[in-house]
Design a protein around this ligand. Sequence first.
Ligand code: BES
Ligand code: MN
Ligand code: MN
Length: 453
Amino acid sequence: MDQAVAYAREQDGRFLAELIEFLRIPSVSTAPERGGDVARAAAWIAGHLERLGFRSRVEPTDLHPIVRADWLGAPGRPTVLCYGHYDVQPPDPLDLWNSPPFEPTVEQGALYARGASDDKGQLFTHVKAVEAILRTAGSLPVNVKFLLEGEEEIGSPSLATYVPRHRRALAADAALVSDGALFAPGLPTLTTGLRGLLYAEIEVSGARCDLHSGQYGGAAPNALGALAQILAALKDRQGRIRIPGYYGRVRPPDDAERSAWARLPFDEVAFCNVIGVAVAPGEEAYPILERLWARPTLDVHGIAGGFAGIGMKTVIPSRATAKVSMRLVPDQRPERIFKQLERFVRRQAPPGVRVEVRHLASTPPVVVSPDAPAVRAAARSLEAVFGVPPVYTRSGGSIPVVSAFDRSLKISTVMMGFGLPDDNLHAPNEKFALVNFRQGIEAAIRFFHEFGG
Ligand code: BES
Ligand code: MN
Ligand code: MN
């Protein structure tokens, strides 16, 4: 193991150069015109694993390919399922990047590129960890199966059916996911829960077509106004969601978890400074970390309709749409919440308009026990790398496949992320600190040994 760690340190420059090559491929999963690039990224990483001695295949789906690569040369030893996603978020707004998003640039100890932290850089830590062990010891202390997808950023629609249909091929003793962040720089962190997500689109239609607001205003339905009323009705001024039954199945964190969160180095003023606001709005009765990790939310992402160009146009829009999503917590069920949302939205619709609520994606929340053997092994590995034991946090974000690992494969997932809270995920100037890339590789090397026994 020490040899593998030493090898990783020696090969550091080449590892970085390879990651840069991977990041050059603009594998934006939501952009139809990028389909070829997403496929190219899949082929790139599958070929890379093949050359390391894995049996790799690129499996087509209705959308973007799934990459599977196995090394099963440790019979009798446990099997680790390493998951990551090679798709990335769109890079826009482009003008806010200091260097082009698909021309990776190293500056002040960090690699800047779309996907550097989320998730190409982090999934590559697993790949380089197996390389370091194979090149020094000749074999791995565990069996390793890679499952890499190109649809995570759009809700993993293909994997949702793929996992239950490939239970045997994916069978493992634990999953390893590095697609998250340390709670603070230098503080090793294991994530024990993810929020779920329900993403929907609300469409309001009014008159047959747009109307002159002088000719018809006062006696015609305004689709955009109606949509605004509906959206405004969803939450009260205290940030509480007004959908009946919405909080019915919310399971509060237990006392041990609550007190552990209270001990984390968290400063509300610093938090406000990071996001650039004077106060953090939301449910005042709950501490911020609990709001972020264990309370459900509702956010409006975008509203379209009417006239928003330069100048003016006196028009009554006949159609308007909004994208909204809700982060869900145990034990909320996305299907049920969607029905509640639909009913509530329809009831709020003012006279003269029709409302449609479309379901775009959903994924259930998930929690993992910190006592699972794989999570304990991960804790020992992190302590060896960082010199201090890890903290246990949840994450407010979602990774759809983790609940499928729990439900379909019946395995625990080690969520060991190496990003930082200010990595600018999904935003301009996404970065991954080089020190985190190295620590991620070393932690994975140690984890495979710890879990291998
Ligand atoms: N890696 C993120 C999730 C994440 C973010 C975990 C921050 C931990 C800390 C992931 O790539 C992501 O963005 N997921 C989407 C999923 C959605 C499209 C279903 C999300 O959370 O919005
Ligand atoms: Mn991710
Ligand atoms: Mn993401």
